[in-house]
Design a protein around this ligand. Structure first.
Ligand code: PAF
Length: 280
């Protein structure tokens, strides 16, 4: 497995592979990989001739006061993990390689970014869309893999690919959870033992919402209300949002429809965690 730090190295390798007629699967990440990322890499491995994983903590998608500096990093462990899953190439650029002096071109999106994380983190999706666009231009993948845990991100990227006529397939993969239900996340490492226990309230709220919907509840506000009531019983949890939105447009809805996404972001201590379920 090769580790490339420059765009030129990646381009040269991709060109060679494309000349041989190889298909390329791509998994963009910010590193500190866990089994959630592992499931994306394994799926890419199964469906493509070559697999590229990018590891880049993208400064552009962090707002002021967010965890850019403290975001966990461990390239050695990540490389061993990628290699064990059969990745062919890791792209691990420095910020200066991705954003050269004078950088001033961005990819922005309206509508889909107005609610949920887009509302709480105003610069986030502009940073995500811009970097993912750049990464797609560099790696030129046939398929790219994203987790359903970041459901709004997945919807935004699918929309961007459609709107901008990008020639690749976006594949969404299911949320991977710990045995007790907590959705896997690189940010789970921030949690103390007590917070880790309290964080279970997110997946419990998801399970409650799913059950209410499965039992035929058609009032999305009622489902959300019951989820909020459950989370509020946990003293260490502070809700950022719990919302029901249209599964494609990410606009808020009051009545259950399909596809519908119910997504939540909750602070446990200082750590902001997200979870969701989709009715499709
Ligand atoms: O989901 C992530 O880890 C990031 O948002 C992504 C897609 C790698 C872009 O920086």
């Amino acid at each position: 497995m090769q580790i490339a730090t420059t765009i030129q190295e990646v381009r040269t390798q991709i060109k060679e592979w494309k000349k041989e007629g190889a298909s390329v699967g791509f998994v963009p990440t910010m590193g500190y990989l866990h089994e959630g990322h592992g499931s994306l890499i394994s799926r890419a491995r199964a469906e493509n001739d070559k697999v590229v994983v990018s590891i880049f903590v993208n400064p552009m998608q962090f707002g002021p006061g967010e965890d850019l500096e403290s975001y966990p990093r461990d390239l050695e462990k990540d490389s061993a993990y990628c290699e064990s899953l059969g990745a062919d190439l890791i792209f691990h650029p420095e910020p200066s390689e991705m954003y050269t002096e004078g950088f001033c071109s961005y990819v922005d999106m309206s509508v889909l970014t107005e609610e949920l994380c887009g509302l709480s983190r105003p610069v986030h999706f502009r940073g995500v869309c811009t970097v993912v666009n750049k990464l797609f231009n560099i790696v030129q993948p046939n398929r790219a893999y994203f987790g359903q845990k970041d459901a709004q991100q997945l919807a935004v990227i699918k929309r961007m690919v459609e709107d901008l006529n990008m020639d690749l397939e976006i594949i969404g993969c299911p949320i991977v959870r710990e045995e007790d239900g907590l959705a896997k996340s690189s940010r789970n490492t921030y949690l103390s033992a007590q917070e880790r226990q309290a964080a279970l309230v997110l997946s419990q709220a998801v399970a409650l919402g799913e059950k209410l919907a499965a039992d035929g509840e058609t009032d999305a506000k009622k489902i959300v209300g019951e989820m909020i009531a459950l989370i509020e019983k946990e003293p260490m949890a502070r809700i950022d949002y719990v919302k029901a939105v249209d599964g494609l447009t990410m606009q808020q809805i009051d009545t259950v429809k399909r596809p519908m996404l119910i997504a939540l972001a909750v602070y446990v201590g200082k750590t902001r965690l997200i979870d969701n379920f989709m009715l499709s």
